[in-house]
Design a protein. Structure first.
Length: 306
């Protein structure tokens, strides 16, 4: 039995992917090839720096399908996918992000389609479909919370979870619905120890029918796997560490969520523990990182349940 590098489900005959998973992401029956290696991608990422409308410091390359859909090719303009190779600074980030996004999907967080792929040198990379493109390829407006707060990029860590709540309440077309989604994302990000959920990692997407909503989640990684004791980027109730169940109930009250709704969202995260542990075990992380990830989510689940 193999493991699908898209959904992490079991495959037969050591296949790397389910055909249905490939079709959902690329619209093809066979996984498109990528005819470049890690060192070449680093050079391409350096050339694209500042030209792509995506943020962050990890190496990234914009891709699109070739005309016959057999290959993913570099596209400085008009790309429909983002590829992140192994980082030059932190180990196993593609595997980390892939697993974390699977865990997010498990608890009902809206995420784009994504996969792990192998480059021609055997190294792994993470590829994700761009959510800021319509079906016909037109670019959709996206504003991150740093922009919406009127802050320069250098101040992306100068905020709070409560500031995110206020921004979404003021900017979303249906704030009561969207605040529930934001609360779920904030809770999840703490639960899986993401210390890099700063203001630029939350965005408002304007859909083709002019609805302003929280964008699908992106850049979700367990930073504590590579930075021990990494605190939250944005405090909750003034705290970046040592949060409790009460901390999350208080934030729910700030979001104006009914108490029963908040209890249900917290219960959903608690009840996700067992299937999350299976996903971690089935992931492509090395064994020592799997064990560290397991311990993080078990500890934080115990805090929520306490």
């Amino acid at each position: 039995m193999g493991t699908c590098a898209i959904c992490l489900g079991s495959t037969s005959r050591d296949a790397e992917y389910h055909e249905a998973c490939i079709a959902a992401l690329f619209g093809t029956k066979v996984m498109p090839g990528i005819d470049v290696g890690l060192s070449e991608l680093y050079k391409l990422a350096a050339k694209m720096a500042g030209k792509m409308s995506i943020s962050g410091v990890q190496e990234k390359v914009s891709l699109k399908l070739s005309s016959d859909k057999s290959r993913l090719v570099v596209a400085a303009v008009g790309g429909r996918y983002i590829l992140k190779p192994e980082s030059s600074r932190f180990s196993c980030l593609p595997q980390n992000e892939h697993l974390t996004m699977r865990l997010a999907s498990l608890v009902g967080i809206d995420v784009p389609r994504f996969a792990l792929v192998r480059l021609n040198d055997g190294s792994m990379a993470y590829v994700i479909a761009r959510f800021d493109r319509s079906r016909d390829g037109a670019k959709l407006p996206v504003e991150d919370f740093c922009q919406l707060a009127g802050k320069p990029v250098r101040d992306k860590y100068a905020g709070s979870s409560e500031l995110c709540v206020r921004i979404l309440r003021n900017c979303a077309s249906e704030p009561l619905v969207q605040l529930r989604s934001l609360y779920r994302l904030l809770l999840f990000s703490w639960w899986m120890a993401n210390g890099d959920m700063h203001l630029k990692n939350f965005s408002i997407l304007t859909t083709p029918d002019a609805v302003r909503r929280l964008s699908p989640a992106y850049d979700l990684v367990c930073t504590r796997l590579v930075i021990p004791d990494d605190p939250l980027a944005l405090p909750v109730g003034g705290r970046k560490k040592n949060l409790t169940r009460r901390s999350w109930l208080n934030l729910a009250e700030y979001c104006e969520l009914p108490e029963r709704a908040a209890e249900r969202l917290i219960a959903d995260q608690i009840n996700a523990l067992e299937p999350s542990l299976k996903l971690i075990s089935d992931s492509f992380l090395p064994d020592e990182m799997k064990e560290a990830y397991r311990q993080i989510v078990m500890d934080n689940t115990a805090i929520l349940a306490g």
